[in-house]
Design a binder for this molecule. Sequence first.
Ligand code: TYD
Ligand code: MG
Length: 455
Amino acid sequence: MAKARTQFICQNCGTVHNRWAGKCDSCGAWNTIVEEDPMGGIGGGPAKTPRKGKPVTLTTLSGEIKEAPRIHTGISELDRATGGGFVRGSAVLVGGDPGIGKSTLLMQAAAALARRGHKIVYVSGEEAVAQVRLRAQRLKAADTEVLLAAETNVEDILATLSEGKRPDLVIIDSIQTLWSELAESAPGTVTQVRTGVQAMIRFAKQTGTAMVLVGHVTKDGQIAGPRVVEHMVDAVLYFEGDRGHHYRILRTVKNRFGPTDEIGVFEMSDSGLRDVPNPSELFLGERNEKSPGAAVFAGMEGTRPVLVEVQALVAPTSLGTPRRAIVGWDSARLSMILAVLEAHCGVRLGQHDVYLNIAGGYRISEPAADLAVASALVSSLAGLALPADCVYFGEVSLSGAVRPVAHTAQRLKEAEKLGFSAALLPTASADLPKGNGGRWNEIDSLPDLVVRIAG
Ligand code: TYD
Ligand code: MG
């Protein structure tokens, strides 16, 4: 029976379809399905004789296991996000929107490492060597021994890397420009990106080099996104931020050698990215304390507390279906809070537009923000400003109960450090610090909150 020669692969999520379609059923993206040769990258070659492996027991390994050998960059926020530096022999994917600052961050990291005597190779497939040098000059990194190569062919890159002393760290900017002679599809397709990344990972494992792979996130899906290689690498970091704001967040979403919920915070300046050791100060920087609809959320990002302002605007609607516009939070969660307010607290918002914004372009992923969001909504609706010295955190359940969340003590400590003297938090919170003259106000239900704010 003749075998079909081509497959249709979604460039966004990598799902294989039998035939072409306008929309990928798996990820919902439009116009992302491209015809590719499934055998691309596999190659023929002579049949391999099977080799026997020798399994070992876990106990024989005890005593031999050491901490993963790491390369510290000295850029504290980057080291924090990677869990203490890049690991030798591992591959890290750094994803993000074009223009967000990936190349800038990695050039700074390369320069910092080269200054510490490491051999760093920066392979740029997007920019010419002169362009990369120009950026390095702007970053005051042009005086370092970083090796630059402008190559896109996988075989050429491997040949370059194998020359001379083994590199400590290699940066491939970006995976979407990689193409291999072994794969027949066009550069930028899933097959090419996968083949290229596989070769780079193999090189990293064989030589003990730390491999950093840059991947662009694309909205239109014309080139394969970083998602298709996420499962192949050891760690995945996403570089996020709002173009309108100066700061950027490096978020760890996968890490085989460290924690996954860490963030590194940077500020983009004329001379590159700068560490932001205390993000709360940055996020609360432009606060207008007297306006209704603003509540400060005491959140956690990994091991670090982060204070950020939640802003809500509730206004009577002129539309048949009221608007719900949300920036920086989950829309399903907002719908849930609105439903709980309506069902259990008699707060009717069916005739109101609701706008919710997390200040400074920050994105909250914790359910602990429920209480701060509810407070901001009620405050805006009632037209009453919340106390300026109070922080809010707690999860709201569908029954309207306010549930305790983890890290109470740490959240409160950060709040105190930044001059907040009061907090509204769930009843029965564990590790609640004693004292503070009763300024930690406990609350166990959303109706209580409404009474407290609106009277
Ligand atoms: P870049 O690192 O090229 O983004 P990516 O590799 O993610 O596509 O960053 C480009 C943006 O950063 C560009 O808009 C200019 C800005 N930038 C600065 O503000 N300061 C700097 O020192 C540098 C090098 C770039
Ligand atoms: Mg770039």
